[in-house]
Design a protein around this ligand. Sequence first.
Ligand code: NZQ
Ligand code: ZN
Length: 398
Amino acid sequence: MEDFRFQNSTDIRFGKHHIDEELHDAVAQFGQNVLLTYGGGSIKKSGLYDRVMKALAGLHVVELSGIAPNPKIDSIREGQKLAKDHDIDVVLSVGGGSVLDASKVIASAKFYDGDAWDLVADRGSQSRANIDQLPVVDILTLSATGSEMNAGSVISNPELNVKLGTYGPKTPAVSFLDPQLTYSVSKWQTAAGSFDIFSHLTEQYFDRSTANDVTAGIIEGMMRSVIKWAPIAIKEPDNYDARANLMWGATMALNGIARSGNANGWTVHPIEHELSAYYDITHGVGLGILTPRWMKRALSAETEGKFVRFGREVWHLTGDNDHEIAEKAIQATYDWIKSLDIPMTLGGVDINTDEKFVEMAQEAVRIGHLDQGGGYVNLTVDDIVALYQASSTVEGFE
Ligand code: NZQ
Ligand code: ZN
């Protein structure tokens, strides 16, 4: 087990009965000037917008709408201007991970006078970790990213074909998690969100640390839960237990608990972020396509033990032949992803050319330090090009 520090101060209000009663005070404790952020309109369609406005009565509310999936830097720039012009005290984010990720960076941008993209791109002295951040309150409407209890944001700059993670000094101050708000999430987004949760777990499970049994066991339990409840939520969108387990699973998968004691090298996320940066595809779907191919590449004599444990503890596989268990675990992962109706090739998300594979692989290696111990097993540019190619066909899986 590696040394670690774990601290998380987000105030979680989970369940059916918090929002209408508690939202006003949860926001007003930070001030009167509120920047309300949301996406493309799902919150108006569901009636949540009206509930929020009612709860905020008496406060000075400024709105920023239209934050897109894979949130773009232009929304942050717009939010930065509003936050400064209206002397905003608190950001209220209502939506999925994209709205929340953008809101967190806007919360930092209030205290920055330059171009907001610096806050995403700069890893040095201007890094967001060194700049103040407004409190963020959120109402989550999609279970996936864990953004509701972590300090990360992932922001895209379409002009540069870049999608980058950035970390602020604070996790959200208060997160309202009502699983009922996710009943209206489409099957596609439910599948994508569920696989995003699963991917956060695999990224932290296949880890170079040793003897980290507590974390591995916690992750296995969460994996079994996502495997069980995702298909139910897809079939029965208003199944409360399914939506509740996915919501809490998403939060717990990426709030720091599942990384405690890890070496923490993520691999598939940097490789997927390039797909989203170049082709603006749904993050969880990209992960679903890439992950089984990556697992095949990562399996070796050295890593077999972890894959065997994954097979026995997560997929309930039995038998004496370890190598067979490891391979069956990867196939079981593929079959489960496919059962969620995630298209299992890049062609399924309209990526029908390999013209950007080398460029994307170079960026993934650079950003994720994937050839220098940045991931679970080292990968070169050629390895990643091969992964993109393997993701273009179902060969080896069907
Ligand atoms: O924009 P609206 O109209 O709200 O519609 C959204 C959007 O079109 C819709 N939606 C959300 N809640 C809904 C709903 N539709 C009906 N009913 C509801 N209740 O769903 C669409 C996708 O929303 P989005 O917020 O993009 O999804 P998600 O939560 O999966 O967020 C994905 C983004 O998070 C980043 C991803 O890269 C991607 O940009 N990530 C953030 C992480 C973090 N902060 O820690 C980690 C992740 O690995 C991930 O990279
Ligand atoms: Zn993710």
